[in-house]
Design a protein around this ligand. Structure first.
Ligand SMILES: [Zn+2]
Length: 140
C-alpha cells in the first residue's frame, strides 16, 4: 500500500486509548476503523508479524490479521497475527525427506561401479574419482 496508514495526529500518544484484546488483556493503542493499531514498542505480547511468525516456523494459518503494527509515525506498518492460533509452517514429511535422500543418493552414485560416494558425482561425467583415475591410468 502507498502512503501512510494514519496521519501523525491520529497516531499521537494523546489520541491513544486502552484496547481490550482477545484474551481480555488491555494494551495502549489506537483504533483504525475497528482494527487495533499498536506502535512498535507498545505492541502487546501474543501478537506477531508475518516475518516474526516465519522466524518461529509458524504461519498465520488462515486467520485474519488481528491488529496493525505501525512505526515511523505511521509511514511503515505491518499486520499483526495472533500467536495462539498460528499454525506450524509446513515442514517436509518423512516421505518427502526420504525422496530427497534418494535423490541425493542418486547424485552420489557412480554410474560405472555403482558405489555411493560421500561427495556429489559430477553430472557431466557420472563416474566417481576412483573410476575416473583408473580410466586415466589404463588410457595412459
Ligand atoms: Zn566408480
Amino acid at each position: 500500500m502507498t502512503g501512510p496508514l494514519m496521519d501523525r495526529a491520529s497516531l499521537h500518544p494523546a489520541a491513544s486509548r486502552w484496547i481490550t484484546l482477545w484474551n481480555g488483556q488491555q494494551a495502549l493503542g489506537w483504533d483504525h476503523h475497528g482494527t487495533p493499531v499498536f506502535a512498535f514498542r507498545w505492541a502487546p505480547a501474543g501478537l506477531a508479524t508475518r516475518r516474526q511468525l516465519r522466524a518461529m516456523r509458524l504461519c498465520p494459518g488462515g486467520q485474519e490479521p488481528y491488529a496493525l503494527l505501525v512505526w515511523r509515525h505511521g509511514q511503515r506498518w505491518a499486520w499483526l497475527y495472533r500467536l495462539d492460533i498460528a499454525r506450524p509452517s509446513r515442514v517436509p514429511s518423512p516421505a518427502q525427506l526420504n525422496a530427497l535422500d534418494k535423490a541425493m543418493e542418486a547424485r552420489r552414485r557412480c554410474q560405472l561401479c555403482g558405489q555411493v560416494e560421500h561427495y556429489c558425482i559430477p553430472t557431466s561425467d557420472g563416474r566417481c574419482h576412483a573410476c575416473m583415475t583408473s580410466t586415466y591410468a589404463t588410457a595412459a
